[in-house]
Design a protein around this ligand. Sequence first.
Ligand SMILES: C[S@@+](CC[C@H](N)C(=O)[O-])C[C@H]1O[C@@H](n2cnc3c(N)ncnc32)[C@H](O)[C@@H]1O
Length: 298
Amino acid sequence: MFTKSYQGILMGFIIGVTCTLWLQQNSQIKTTEMITSAPTTLPSSSTYEQSKSNLSPKFSINYDNIAQFYEEYYKFYELNREWQKKSFLGVHFLQNPNDAITIAEILHDQDIDLVIETGTYRGGAALFFASVMYQYRYNASTKTIRPFKIVTMDINGEAKTFISRYPLLASYITFIPHGSTTEIAKSIVNRTFIEMKPTNVFISLDGNHYAESVYDELVYYQNYLSNIGNYILVQDTRLSSKWHTMFCAEPKLGGPCNGPQEAVNWFLKNEGQGRFVIDPAKEYLFSTHHNGWLKKIA
Ligand SMILES: C[S@@+](CC[C@H](N)C(=O)[O-])C[C@H]1O[C@@H](n2cnc3c(N)ncnc32)[C@H](O)[C@@H]1O
């Protein structure tokens, strides 16, 4: 009796140990498989560039519907005041996130040294530019930073308080509390340009959005874009639409409205002709700056 139950216990013990060993072995195989199949390194940036250029579109946009799409989108963006709803590092950021990523891409891919921004508001965009630029300018192995600068200006001085919350980023931002076409603003931009001798410049016009003001900024600040392929971004061409009675009260610079789009069109017919083109490729999916991404070609 005792011997039989002893044998039973022994048998159970052997079966238990065998099963445990089998399970352990199998789970080890699974774990190893999982680890080896997971990527161990991220693709290098050259692989990324290559994969980007290899992407051929399978489906194209029906451009007959684009105008209607933009009309709906601009209506939604304006009437819901979507443009006021974003922040960057807790600071008001009056940028469409979709366009902001395209700006970040340009900054990095063109190795931009200097950004000139008209219309700082609270400095959300300036802090965003500085954050992105710091990353590609910082060399981890030598712990050095290649110089870069954001010069930004506004008739309102409130940006100073917001920008100074971030001392590291603030050290790369020159805030000018003056209008974009005042002599003082022009002289500070000029001095920075001469001191830095930048190779690649990015210009964002986001100040007074009335046609004549944007046009004056275009005519003046285009001189700081020395490298072919660099961009001037005329922000918020969406304002030249019927949802903005303010910007469509009276036609200016060839009309039909008196907003940023009229400034772009007028500039391209005059000073910018043969030197700048609209680059629709920067309007990834949709842009609040439709026809506002101006690429220097000569
Ligand atoms: C759309 S907000 C700028 C938003 C900012 N770039 C951002 O992304 O957070 C427009 C700003 O332009 C400023 N502004 C108006 N007229 C100006 C001028 N002549 N020169 C510079 N800034 C001006 C306004 O005070 C306002 O703060």
